[in-house]
Design a protein around this ligand. Structure first.
Ligand SMILES: Nc1nc2c(c(=O)[nH]1)N[C@H]1C(S)=C(S)[C@@H](COP(=O)(O)O)O[C@H]1N2
Ligand SMILES: [Mo]
Length: 196
């Protein structure tokens, strides 16, 4: 299994970012209710500044090349969970499947509960940014974003949309749900970029 729990070194930080405490529980943080999602009709649309915009059915998404990684998870409210095992599709694999155009600079993720979050394209084009459907060897629990969520181990976890069903490649930045409400656009845990 690929282990990316050492990625804090890239950011000149300790494994536990400043101001965080480690928890072995996995709290649920959602802005509202957990949406009901039917895999028969589930679709994820990939749109914007790409060569071949398309939607993926659940079966199509699961056929993309995928892998399991050991990752740490840092919530902006102050807890970190070490050694999560996520299985899914690395962001660059999805990007490759649609062909990202040169004008694309930013990405807006959207989700079935109306949540959105945004990141610069360069912050997404990392093998450790996963579209994940498994956690610790089990299907991703509904409350944690099942059937599919994004995980961003190099950012606070609000950058990872649970119940993700849209990925839009943008030519200009656009703010997501929490980013519009004062959370940091960059969200680097080792610099404690919590608020903007
Ligand atoms: N769709 C969606 N994704 C979301 C959220 C949300 O409310 N809706 N909350 C974010 C926040 S603030 C955090 S900390 C993590 C929490 O993930 P967890 O509930 O699996 O711990 O999901 C992020 N992704
Ligand atoms: Mo959060």
């Amino acid at each position: 299994m690929k282990d990316v729990t050492g990625l804090h070194r890239e950011f000149d930080g300790e494994r536990l970012p400043p101001g965080q405490r480690e928890t072995t529980a996995f709290p649920v943080l959602s802005k509202g209710e957990t949406p009901e999602i039917d895999l028969e009709t589930w679709e994820c649309s990939v749109s914007g500044a790409v060569e071949s915009p398309r939607t993926f059915s659940w079966g199509e998404f699961r056929e993309l090349p995928h892998e399991t990684q050991r990752q740490d998870f840092h919530c902006v409210t102050g807890w970190s969970r070490f050694d999560c095992e996520f299985t899914g599709v690395p962001f660059p694999v999805l990007a490759d499947a649609v062909g990202v155009r040169e004008e694309a600079v930013h990405v807006l993720f959207s989700a079935a509960d109306g949540y959105t979050t945004d990141l610069p394209l360069a912050d997404c084009m990392r093998e450790d940014v996963l579209f994940a459907w498994e956690l610790d060897g089990e299907p991703l629990p509904d409350d944690h974003g099942g059937p599919l969520r994004v995980v961003t181990p190099h950012k606070y976890a609000y950058k990872g949309a649970k119940w993700v069903d849209g990925v839009e490649f943008l030519t200009e930045p656009e703010l997501g749900f929490w980013e519009r409400r004062g959370y940091s656009e960059t969200a680097n845990p080792w610099r404690e970029e919590r608020y903007s």
